[in-house]
Design a protein around this ligand. Sequence first.
Ligand code: NAD
Length: 417
Amino acid sequence: MTNNLSPWQAALQQFQIAADKLGLEKDLRARYATTKRELTVHFPVRMDDGSLRVFTGYRVQHDTSRGPAKGGIRYAPDVTLDEVKALAMWMTWKCAVVDIPFGGGKGGVICDPTKMSLGEIERLTRRYASEIADWVGADGDIPAPDVGTNAQIMAWFVDTISVHHGRLERALVTGKPVLTGGSRGRVDATGRGVSICVAQAAKFLGMDLNGARAVVQGFGNVGSWSAHHLAKLGAKIIAVSDVSGALVNRNGIDIHALMEYASKNKNRIEGFREADRLDKEEILEVECDVLVPAAVENQIRADNAPRIKPKILAEGANGPTAPDADPILQANGVFLIPDVLANTGGVTVSYFEWVQGLQGFYWTEADVNARLTDVMVNAFDVVSATAQKHHVDMRVAANMVAIDRVVQTHKLRGLYP
Ligand code: NAD
């Protein structure tokens, strides 16, 4: 049984499958089957009640052959080094799939931001930023938001490092608010990218998205904007869930109204009136045409995969599907768009934000969205052509495209000394 693989073990297994197909040499495998650097920090934060609490955080760089490490920072109670390592490896492959000049990194702090005040989150962010300051930088390692973090937290992060350096570090972090040097179009970029991939997959399958039934697990940044953009393409969002529960309405949920409701309800969907309640564990099994898991890892496993049968499954989240579920989904005819392709809209616009920050020249939202569409359509086409050529599924194909690009770059640069 591989059900209980940790995220790092799952990432390694996916890597080995694609490396086998590529016939990758043993010594190069050993290089990518580990990370480049792993930093663990323990640091105190003054809480509102006057007490000191010691937190643990991580920053991991998986590979930097193609450019600075790039990857978000996660604030969650169950963050582990194992998980951060997996997320860093997936970032390496993601940046290579969309062919942007970054390597892979990731960070995280073990904390529960839902139980902390804004002041506590700001102090934690500033201290964590100080602790990992030597590692981050526009040419070295560029953080961004992930689960439990947002644009405001990125603004505090960049302000802290800028104070350390005595100058404004515009390109050091992405996902910042537009007023502090963020990119237009970044906030919804991951969800927009998910919908671009779903549109490409529908075209590939000859399927009409107009009226197609869509289900979204997770209603944070990725889930809510995926739902929004799928609805704009004509899909009917019949069920959504978040940590507080799940909602279902076969006539379609008004996503705009739900986003407004959640923003006034501590980002939770519970209590929204225009839908019925559903057990949140059942959401993935609701019969639908398009399914977007956009919450956390390991949601689709061998035990529930036989009952999950959408036409298109687009992984908004990182690692939502365990390796042992992949063959089951494939046998059921599910067209899977893997995380390393489906959710790259965010890192692609982060790349645009980095470019704009380095140049001090800011683009229009229409320009950002048009460039994002170009990048994602091209990546989808390259991955689906690879899948057809090698008779593999889209996950193996995406990893093959990515690993090959990283390896070619590595070989051209050579090995020091
Ligand atoms: P977020 O914190 O904004 O939202 C996470 C959502 O998942 C919340 O609605 C939360 O309530 C929900 N959730 C948590 N556990 C759940 C569960 N067991 N069942 C149902 N819902 C649950 O985070 P996000 O930025 O939207 O990230 C979501 C996923 O997408 C993560 O895997 C993240 O790594 C990935 N991702 C994020 C980005 C980005 O730009 N933010 C980019 C690429 C990938």
